[in-house]
Design a protein around this ligand. Structure first.
Ligand code: FDA
Length: 522
């Protein structure tokens, strides 16, 4: 389907005259792409200006949060390269004409940083760079940044029933943003982050050079595995380590409501889930139902084994949940990925390739890490807020296992040993509009304030892939390390300093910058 869309886009573009009503800067840029850097590119059909009939379609195609559709900024043009050399050319031409660059892979950035910018800018959209090459014998794969997690899981499953990859749950998330910010899902406790399983990568740096791990050096290779996208260059592709999964895994989802003793159950989960064997991942998803003044709490799990092993394990370690065989389903790992993505049991694997974004909605999100169990009264306070609200969601992902074995400084993602679980808060709404948005965003901020006493402190930490501009932003082009610590140490703790030092070295002009890009260390 996507191939057809891309082909259609290319064919239609052939009929669009690029000299028509483009502004001088747009024409200069195109000329630069075609002549100045002729060694790199000759493809005009990869450049979309607002006059192009497909510009809006492409701009909006992967935006996950429609809240940003009303944004007042839009790019002067969108470059959608097919070839690496075209990315190099786009970087060099942007520099030449002093245009900012926004890089987009899957478009899922919570704050729209992959497609919004306050100064004149272009988007380099990697939608056409999505090839995946799986090598089962070597237990590795090469995946381009524009591919999605769903496409990766599908490609692995086509080659092997006993391999997987420890990335996130949503199949439309892009590889480029996900891996550069960390990336975690149901295999987190067994294999760590997606970024922990990256072996090599290709990056276009600020000078337009393509660098692999050897050429970029270990410092930069460290930074791109969790330091957040778009600070150090444009990631073209990644060599990943495939991880082993059993042919049969087991999934369950058990839902409870407030009247069934759920508070004690959630409290107990906090004491158990981070310490379970690493083959067992049980997350909690809490959904507020303001209409019915109710809260639903679901315990969703992936076990890397069969039902017969799971039930005795659950009876021993978490008998309070009362799990029965009939609550469980055996399946392949890739079927569990389909399930966790929200598709019903028995769905075709091809749904993983679907670009329809199941979760597309206006939303504001925030995150926290929990290091001590939240007391019963703290949990009750959360329910009190959730029963008043429609579409308020809280997801609790247990850490422990492999995450405890990796040091805080191994990659820029520092949230390792000592963290019981991660919380993601999501507030969704249907009606777009400033007043509506403000109301929901304020509700989220007040929940975040309420949670302060119960979560990590000094610093109160956050996950960069659940980007939150409330934490702080770079207020001017040359914001320095000290000015940015308000948000930087929340995402990276002690690693923020190393990231800033490296940024000063590899991007001395601060070309790759955004509201939350890594600043210089000055
Ligand atoms: P997008 O293209 O918007 O990029 C995000 C950031 O990375 C931007 O700053 C962008 O400029 C930069 N970037 C993108 N591609 C780049 C490249 N090639 N080179 C350099 N910089 C690049 N996370 C998680 O860990 N587990 C999960 O289960 C989920 N689930 C989930 C569900 C849904 C519905 C959403 C919207 C998001 C998640 N996430 C998640 C969060 C997700 O991991 C995060 O938003 C990623 O940054 C998205 O990557 P994309 O490439 O899609 O985003």
């Amino acid at each position: 389907m996507m191939k057809q869309v891309i082909l259609l886009v290319s064919l239609l573009l052939l009929s669009v005259s690029w000299t028509s009503t483009s502004t001088p800067i747009q024409n200069d840029f195109k000329r630069c792409m075609s002549t100045q850097f002729s060694a790199y590119t000759k493809n005009f059909e990869i450049i979309y200006t607002p006059e192009s009939s497909l510009y809006s379609y492409l701009l909006q195609s992967t935006i996950q949060n429609p809240r940003w559709l009303n944004a007042t900024t839009q790019p002067l043009l969108i470059v959608a390269p097919f070839h690496e050399s075209e990315v190099q050319a786009a970087v060099l031409c942007s520099k030449k004409y002093d245009l900012q660059v926004r890089v987009r892979s899957g478009g899922h950035d919570y704050e729209g940083l992959s497609f919004l910018c306050q100064t004149p800018y272009i988007i380099i959209d990697l939608i056409n760079m999505r090839s995946i090459d799986i090598n089962v014998e070597e237990e590795t794969g090469w995946v381009q940044s524009g591919a999605t997690l769903g496409e990766l899981y599908y490609a692995i499953a086509k080659k092997s029933q006993v391999h997987g990859f420890p990335g996130g749950l949503c199949p439309t998330v892009g590889i480029g943003g996900h891996l550069s910010g960390g990336g975690f899902g149901t295999l987190l406790r067994k294999y760590g982050l997606a970024a922990d399983n990256v072996l090599d990568a290709y990056l276009v740096d600020v000078n337009g050079r393509i660098l692999d791990r050897k050429a970029m050096g270990e410092d930069l290779f460290w930074a791109i595995r969790g330091g957040g996208g778009a600070s150090f260059g444009i990631l073209l592709s990644w060599k990943i380590r495939l991880v082993r999964v059993p042919k049969i895994v087991t999934g369950f989802s058990v839902s409870k409501t407030l009247d069934s003793g759920v508070t004690e159950l959630v409290h107990r989960w906090q004491e158990i889930a981070p310490y379970l064997p690493e083959d067992l991942f049980i997350r909690i998803v809490i959904v507020g139902d303001g209409f019915n003044k109710a809260v639903q709490v679901s315990f969703n799990s992936l076990f890397l084994g069969e039902i017969d092993t799971l039930i005795p394990l659950m009876n021993k370690s978490f008998p309070e949940l009362g799990l029965k065989s009939e609550d469980c389903i055996e399946m392949s790992w890739v079927e569990s990925a389909v399930n966790f993505a929200g598709f019903p049991n028995g769905s075709l694997l091809e749904v993983l390739l679907d670009k329809k974004q199941l979760f597309k909605s206006n939303f504001k999100a925030k995150s926290d890490f929990v290091t001590e169990p939240i007391p019963i009264n703290g949990l009750e306070g959360i329910w009190g807020r959730f029963v008043e609200e429609e579409i308020a969601i809280m997801i609790m992902d247990p850490f422990g296992g492999k995450m405890n074995e990796i040091s805080e400084s191994e990659t820029p993602f520092p949230h390792r040993k000592g963290n019981l679980y991660n919380i993601q808060y999501l507030k969704k709404w249907e009606k777009n509009g400033v007043r509506e948005s403000n109301r929901h965003v304020n509700w989220m901020r007040s929940l975040y304030k309420y949670m302060g006493p119960y979560v990590s402190k000094s610093p109160r930490t956050a996950y960069v892939n659940y980007r939150d501009l409330d934490l702080g932003t770079n207020n001017h082009d040359n914001t320095n390390y000290l000015e940015s610590t308000s948000w930087g140490v929340k995402y990276y703790k002690g690693n923020f300093k190393r990231l800033a030092q490296l940024k000063s070295k590899v991007d001395p002009e601060n070309f790759f910058r955004s509201e939350q890009s890594i600043p210089h260390y000055k």
